[in-house]
Write a protein that binds this ligand. Structure first.
Ligand SMILES: Nc1ncnc2c1ncn2[C@@H]1O[C@H](COP(=O)(O)OP(=O)(O)OP(=O)(O)O)[C@@H](O)[C@H]1O
Length: 232
């Protein structure tokens, strides 16, 4: 029986992305499933952000196919995407009104991310960590079917990092798809259901949790990249 409430996966098939002469993504197949915590890991410049942008339908591939289901997608990138001149609460109101968000859900997100204590502050005056949390709250306010985040832990403090990772795990447990692009895999190790390791625009490893090594995913990732570099 087909469950209408479950969205289709997001799929990339044989995608390539060129920026002039630079090949940022080189023949990648990638499937993001609903209800899955998917980590996209790779060194600086390996193509993670470009893949994320293609999964979101924000960047057209130079070749290959992208299939994005017609469901709500939430995202937060490394650069701020909120209105700097508005307060935190006003940002939530504007984004919430644009996306038809449920105000109760927006309030819950604000509180869960610890943003309720700065709700009256002008967004442009927030610290780096709060600024990042605000973007995350804006991405979440429409309760997207898929949440795709680029290095979401950035300059957050350790307590906030832990709470955010737990929150993302619960968001997946509630049936949403979560995709996180990072080069700090260890922080997500307890939650990750699927791991895709990219290096120089190609997929080195793409496996579900059952296939992972039992411990120390970060070392596994670094060693896989180093062995790829040595065999080049
Ligand atoms: N708009 C662009 N124009 C030209 N080159 C780009 C553009 N966006 C990305 N690139 C290049 O594509 C390659 C992959 O970049 P991308 O940002 O996808 O990597 P990343 O894995 O997210 O890196 P990081 O971990 O450092 O954020 C890099 O060489 C980058 O310089």
């Amino acid at each position: 029986m087909v469950d209408d409430a479950t969205p289709a996966p997001i799929e990339l098939r044989a995608v390539r992305k060129r920026y002039g002469r630079l090949v940022a993504v080189d023949g990648v197949d990638l499937t993001v499933e609903p209800g899955t915590f998917h980590c996209l890991v790779g060194p600086n410049g390996s193509g993670k952000t470009t893949l994320l942008r293609m999964l979101l339908g924000l960047t057209e591939p130079s070749a290959g196919e992208v299939s994005v289901p017609d469901v709500s997608l939430g995202t937060a990138f490394q650069r701020p995407s909120h209105y700097e001149d508005l307060t935190v609460a006003e940002n939530l109101e504007v984004f919430g009104a644009l996306s038809g968000a449920d105000p109760d859900w927006s309030d819950a997100v604000l509180e869960r991310l610890g943003l309720d204590v700065v709700s009256g502050r002008i967004a442009g005056d927030l610290s780096g960590g709060y600024s990042r949390k605000l973007d995350l709250a804006l991405a979440l306010c429409k309760e997207p079917a898929y949440l795709l985040l680029d290095e979401p832990l950035g300059d957050l403090d350790d307590v906030t990092k832990r709470r955010l990772v737990e929150f993302l795990g619960e968001y997946r447990d509630a049936g949403h798809g979560v995709v996180v692009s990072t080069h700090n895999l260890e922080q997500f190790a307890d939650h990750v259901d699927r791991l895709t390791l990219v290096h120089e625009g190609r997929v080195l490893y793409d496996e579900p949790r059952e296939s992972f090594p039992a411990r120390d995913l970060q070392t596994f990732y670094v060693e896989r990249v180093l062995s790829a570099v040595e065999s080049e």
